[in-house]
Design a binder for this molecule. Structure first.
Ligand code: ADP
Ligand code: MG
Length: 403
């Protein structure tokens, strides 16, 4: 276990597990694909990431009751978002049986939990089948707490949400940090508080408003912030540059204007694209053209950074002591617009500095390019990693026992 970064919460390694029943909050919010035999897990990265914690709990003689949310069911059970395919995938990975509960809580679930022996596993239904999950309803938290003697939180990806299964229940049972959650907090905190310099932050993706807190924080602490993705168009508009039909968030323009002012006054270098790849519309078969500049003509959308921008960003990344990357440089899901994201991914993978990537879509891009194991830390948390980087407290972590 790496001892980078600060972590002051009790670890599952020190929990009284022998003969106990542990309620384990995991982040099994994974993409599903529809197959002939029903839905199955399309990407099991998040499941694999938490296997060490589950294995430790089993080896130490506890029964594990696993709970996670999956997708966004609308306030009640939705068979299409059942945890059953996820439990099946977990069983394959661990090569042990994983029981599937008929609900999240209730008498039937309690009866199944009663029957669990040491080292056995039971997956609860999607926590968001209970409306009380998102409302952090104390009654749901109490019903969850009745299922176990202690609580283990390994769901870093959900740690920024104060929900019944991430926060409420941690006030009712002694709460311990899982191995993944601890490692996530340590690696990200090290980048935030104690980076080897220069610190280069690469931000992309759809919306400035999602990432404004992180931009503002890093303007104070980073050596360079490189902007790509649709996010850059708010900045271009703030500079009164035409953006054609590009995706622009209206409320992002004023925010971007303030970021530009702050960047002027700071020691941090803020880089924006110098060239773009354009398309007529967000479609893989659309007409495509390169633009050696950034003023997007009417009738065109900016859908990727151009090659000169990619080369410039790659150079900064190569010279960094630490790189944090969140958000793709373009609409990388469409082949004509993936080059910028691929170039940045390759630069991050090849960088001699310490490299950390966070964000669902950036992580998916790295996996797609076969570069996932070439970075030092690939965070399983999108929103949670951003909030931690911003300096916010994560309610799911705060509620755990102190070390
Ligand atoms: P992450 O999940 O890594 O934090 P975001 O969710 O913020 O990233 O943004 C990812 C999405 O942004 C992707 O679906 C990508 O297609 C889209 N995107 C990036 N750049 C553009 C662009 N120029 N135009 C339209 N969509 C874009
Ligand atoms: Mg995303």
């Amino acid at each position: 276990m790496s001892e980078r970064g600060a972590f002051d919460k009790a670890s599952v390694r020190d929990a009284p597990l022998d003969g106990a029943r542990a309620l384990v909050r995991v982040d099994f919010n994974v993409p599903l694909t529809e197959g002939e035999g029903g839905p199955s897990v399309a990407d099991d990265t998040r499941i694999r990431a938490t296997l060490p914690t589950i294995e430790l709990i089993r080896e130490r003689g506890a029964a594990a009751v696993l709970v996670s949310h999956l997708g966004r069911p609308k306030g009640g059970p939705d068979p299409a978002l059942s945890m059953a395919p996820v439990a099946a995938r977990l069983a394959e990975l661990l090569e042990v049986e994983v029981g599937m509960a008929p609900a999240v809580v209730g008498p039937e679930v309690e009866a199944e939990v009663e029957r669990l022996g040491s080292g056995e596993l039971l997956m609860l239904e999607n926590s968001r089948f209970e409306p009380g999950e998102i409302e952090n309803d104390p009654e749901l938290a109490a019903a969850l707490a009745r299922l176990a003697d202690l609580y283990v939180d390994d769901a870093f990806g959900a740690a920024h949400r104060a929900h019944a299964s991430t926060e409420g229940v941690a006030h009712l049972l002694p709460g311990y940090a899982g191995l993944l959650l601890e490692r996530e907090v340590r690696e990200l905190t090290a980048v935030r508080d104690d980076p080897v310099r220069p610190l280069c932050v690469v931000l992309g993706g759809a919306k400035v408003t999602d990432k404004i807190g992180v931009i503002n924080r890093f303007l104070e602490t980073a050596d360079s912030v490189l902007i790509g993705g649709a996010m850059c168009f708010g900045f271009l508009r703030a500079r009164e540059i035409e953006t054609g039909e590009s995706l622009v968030e209206e409320e992002g323009i004023a925010l971007s204007e303030r970021v530009l002012e702050r960047a002027e006054a700071s020691d941090c270098e803020l880089l924006l694209p110098i060239d773009l790849v354009l398309g007529r519309e967000l479609d893989p078969a659309t007409e495509v053209r390169a633009l050696d500049g950034i003023a997007v003509p009417d009738g065109w959308m900016g859908l990727d950074i151009g090659p000169r921008t990619a080369a410039e960003y790659a150079g900064v990344i190569a010279g960094a002591g630490t790189v944090f990357w969140n958000g793709p440089m373009g609409a990388f899901e469409l082949a004509p617009f993936e080059a910028g994201t691929r170039a940045v991914a390759e630069a991050v993978a090849a960088a001699p500095g310490f490299t950390v990537v966070g964000g669902g879509d950036s992580a998916a891009a790295l996996v797609e390019f076969g570069l996932a194991d070439r970075v030092d830390w690939l965070s399983t948390g999108g929103g949670a990693s951003l909030e931690l980087m911003e300096g916010k407290r994560l309610p799911g972590v705060e509620a755990l026992l102190d070390a």
